[in-house]
Design a protein around this ligand. Structure first.
Ligand SMILES: [Zn+2]
Length: 236
């Protein structure tokens, strides 16, 4: 089969956001990365193969990438390096993964784990919300802000298991609207990194309490050993 290049690709070749390799713009647009990075960084596990023990409030979990190497570097640039444009690549990778897993077929609404107001003020954007909104655009499923951070809760990064226990017991999130009712909606909850699952459980629990039929979760990446045989790394 003859491969055809668009003239745009030849005039404006772009760099893969993960490894920097020159890649056709069309490929980056449709797949989010170069071919090498897809083979290296993207998992092809299905939702059924991902671990679920810690997620009693979440029905299905989707995690397309492993949090290591260039994927990890890109996520850190996205979260802490003001590289908002990376949301394009991340959301394209997530969208392709969700589509190939049939994940849009059994949801009605897309929402996200919101960033804290303090982090939002420093960063200027909410990293998971940007991805969730693009998934909505690509899939045609509506996006809604269903959750907000509880400002009174501590948002400090925890460093020990003792702090973790304390953090897990805090109410860090609440419904975005006190009147929120979800009337049997099937919700997809988007987050950036899957670590312990405590955030997903807390957020999903709120949505279930407001009448959601169930909550599925889509996290951009994870370094959990039970997913990818890589060490667990906590993140801010
Ligand atoms: Zn690459």
């Amino acid at each position: 089969m003859k491969h055809t290049f668009s003239i745009i690709d030849l005039i404006f070749p772009e760099k893969c956001p993960f490894c920097g390799r020159i890649t056709a713009a069309q490929e980056l647009y449709s797949a989010g990365s170069c071919k090498n990075c897809r083979e290296e960084l993207i998992t092809y596990k299905t939702a059924d193969e991902l671990p679920h023990e810690a997620l009693e409030k979440v029905l299905k979990l989707y995690v397309p990438m492993r949090y290591s190497g260039n994927a990890k570097k890109a996520m850190l640039r996205y979260k802490f390096g003001q590289e908002e444009w990376l949301s394009e690549s991340f959301s394209r990778i997530m969208h392709n993964y969700l589509t190939s897993n049939g994940a849009y077929e059994d949801i009605d609404l897309i929402t996200c784990v919101p960033v804290s107001p303090k982090r939002f003020a420093g960063r200027g954007y909410d990293q998971s919300r940007l991805i969730a909104r693009k998934l909505s655009e690509y899939s045609g499923r509506p996006f809604r802000d269903l959750l907000k951070r509880n400002d009174r809760a501590k948002t400090a990064v925890f460093t020990s298991s003792e702090n973790f226990a304390e953090r897990a017991s805090e109410k860090r999130f609440e419904a975005a609207d006190t009147e929120l009712l979800l009337f049997g909606s099937r919700v997809l909850l988007v987050d950036d990194i899957f670590t312990t699952g405590s955030t997903l459980n807390e957020c999903a629990g709120i949505l279930l309490g407001r009448g959601a039929m169930y909550v599925n979760a889509a996290c951009m990446m994870s370094g959990r050993q039970d997913i990818y045989d890589a060490p667990l790394e906590e993140t801010a």
